[in-house]
Design a protein around this ligand. Structure first.
Ligand code: SAM
Length: 252
């Protein structure tokens, strides 16, 4: 589990997460992420099972707040905070979560420096994250998990969905094909047009076909679960995966 980025040897599709990526993601994420509604369903169900129906949830790198929206819609007794370092993402999250009033807050924060925002979150029962933590180096992710493990009340949890590392070209090819197929289907069903699928291909977004960026450090689900256990979430394991994307649940 070193800090070397994953690459299939081709040029990466872009050098780092840019404002352009944010705009593309805000426009197309519903189609770009394979089976995103399954991730939301799993997270919403697990949050309740792990932390109870009246808990406080913090979404790490929560983007436009879609996952928090799904959790708050599913559980009227929960409240949530989105942490993100992108002003454009936070503005989108503010707009999306405004209807939830005091149940939702959106705050600036760098996941690499949890001391700067974690204390302000108060008592947190469950941390969640979707497709954000591969932007941290493994050592940074380890440091974040250690800080989180000190924060939740007993029984608290950590639910991480992310895009996974792959070593062999055979599995990478399989994941890449499944991801392509999912986006083509979701583009048609979500937008009624191939527009999202066209954008996905033009942006070379499929990391299993085109390689990860230098600024991305994906882990396998097993490596992520091991990091959680080491940090202080002793029960941690993969609970879902599709097309290289996974959900790991850690709790105690
Ligand atoms: C691929 S987007 C995913 C957003 C959201 N979780 C979702 O599922 O739609 C990655 C998010 O992580 C945020 N992010 C990346 N690195 C970050 C960091 N060091 N601190 C805070 N946020 C970060 C980005 O601003 C972006 O909103």
């Amino acid at each position: 589990m070193d800090d070397a980025p994953v690459s299939d040897g081709e040029a990466p599709h872009h050098d780092a997460w840019t404002d352009g990526d944010t705009l593309a993601y805000l426009q197309w994420s519903d189609a770009f992420v394979p089976r995103r509604q399954e991730i939301a369903q799993m997270v919403a169900a697990l949050v309740q099972c792990i932390a109870g129906a009246r808990c406080v949830v913090v979404d790490l790198g929560g983007g436009d707040g879609w996952l928090v929206e799904a959790v708050l819609r599913a559980h009227a007794g929960m409240s949530a905070v989105v942490i993100d370092d992108s002003p454009a993402m936070r503005a989108a999250a503010d707009a999306r979560l405004g209807p939830f009033g005091a149940r939702a807050a959106v705050r600036a924060g760098n996941l690499r420096e949890p001391a700067g925002w974690l204390a302000d979150c108060g008592t947190v029962h469950c941390f969640v994250s979707c497709l954000a933590l591969h932007h941290l180096r493994p050592a940074e992710r380890r440091g974040l998990y250690a800080a989180l493990a000190e924060s939740p009340v007993p029984g608290g949890g950590l639910l991480v969905a992310d895009t996974g590392r792959v070593d062999g070209p055979e599995v990478a090819h399989c994941w890449g094909r499944l991801w392509d197929e999912a986006v083509a289907t979701q583009s048609a069903t979500r937008t009624g047009t191939p527009a999202a699928w066209d954008a996905f291909r033009a942006l070379r977004w499929n990391s299993y076909a085109h390689g990860f960026d230098p600024g991305e450090w994906p882990l396998t689900a097993g490596e992520d679960a091991a990091l959680m256990r080491d940090a202080g979430f002793p029960s941690a394991d993969a609970v879902w995966s599709f097309a290289g994307h996974y959900l790991v649940a850690g709790y105690r």
